[in-house]
Design a protein around this ligand. Sequence first.
Ligand code: HEM
Length: 380
Amino acid sequence: MSFAALRASARRVNVVASSARGSRVALRNSAFRKYSTEVPPSGPAPKGSNKLLIGGIAAAAVGGAAFWVYASNSSSAKEAGTALKSGAQAAKVAANYVPTKEDYQKVYNRIAEVLDSAADKEYDDGSYGPVVVRLAWHSSGTYDKETNTGGSNYATMRFEPEATHGANAGLKVARDVLEPIKQEFPWISYGDLWTLAGVTAIQELGGPKIPWRPGRIDGFAAQCTPDGRLPDASQGADHVRNIFYRMGFNDQEIVALIGAHALGRCHSDRSGFEGPWTFSPTSVTNEFYKLLLNEKWVWKKWNGPKQLEDKTTHSLMMLPTDYVLTQDKSFKKWVKAYADSEDLWFKDFSAAVSRLFELGVPTQQFVASEPWIMKNTDEN
Ligand code: HEM
């Protein structure tokens, strides 16, 4: 195991982090050094089924170029420049470049390496996985089923004003971490890259398989969603229901999705809240539900926003919106079910996340009729 990997695993507040994962980190880091010198893969022959996708990408690229001209004198010119790059992507596709599942698997593998590179940078708990899952979710969770707007299709979080919506504070970290992968595989759309990164993080951090397929296209700034579509952590059950019902989820799916808080932590310089939910913030487990039910939670005495802390160690946290899952009968039923059975949670979480990441993407844009199961790096 490399020194960096050792240091990172020592830093992790992680009761279930196995030495197996530690050595995988070391393995991946050495694989990264080899692989990064390779040239991007070249694409196989065209498939007729992608005509719609090609048209959509070309249209989005034209819009992106127009926006770039308009915004080139503004502070958002850099973000807008990424829309122009979708022109390069359109050119690739127009030149009959149709990536296969194997090409996307290469992107998955590269993402896995980059997530682990957090250990070398002493970032958080040693993985970019949690912040990347949050990016994938925030890019999808803007969906409104009534107007069929928002969702993961156009990756509009690249642009102002969505990039600086309060709920998205800190997600530049995740976008920046993934940007070199976009440069390495320029044919992938940002929406596909971000959601595939969410899938990679969940699978590589010990979670269930998340069925996923490509087909999202890059949009432009005019498609940004209005502020206020993502949940506000200081609110109650009504707010949580309004937000998630708007996306088309029910109570069971809401509880299943929020279990993602097994991963990662709050940052006072991002959301204002502080601390991790579990002792194993780089492992996908059902610990969030177990702790929520079994620990005694008290309001934290501090100058920051209202949040709860565990009475025993004062080192874990719950957001007000997490806590309401135990205060509402219909939500609590599912908290109990998922605390009792990690298998059940994995099954429901997998289905709900898969659907979440596809919100707002017209079915005809997908390149496959059914989502794919991507291989974990240790299955390659
Ligand atoms: C009521 C719903 C939700 C609320 C109010 C909420 C709120 C928050 C807040 C305030 C943070 C801390 C951000 C920071 O300071 O860095 C956070 C982090 C996170 N959220 Fe949520 N969230 C919700 C649902 C979800 C869902 C559905 C997912 C994924 C399926 C998710 C995944 C994550 C992850 C992985 C992190 C950790 C990020 C990191 O470590 O950088 N959340 N969430």
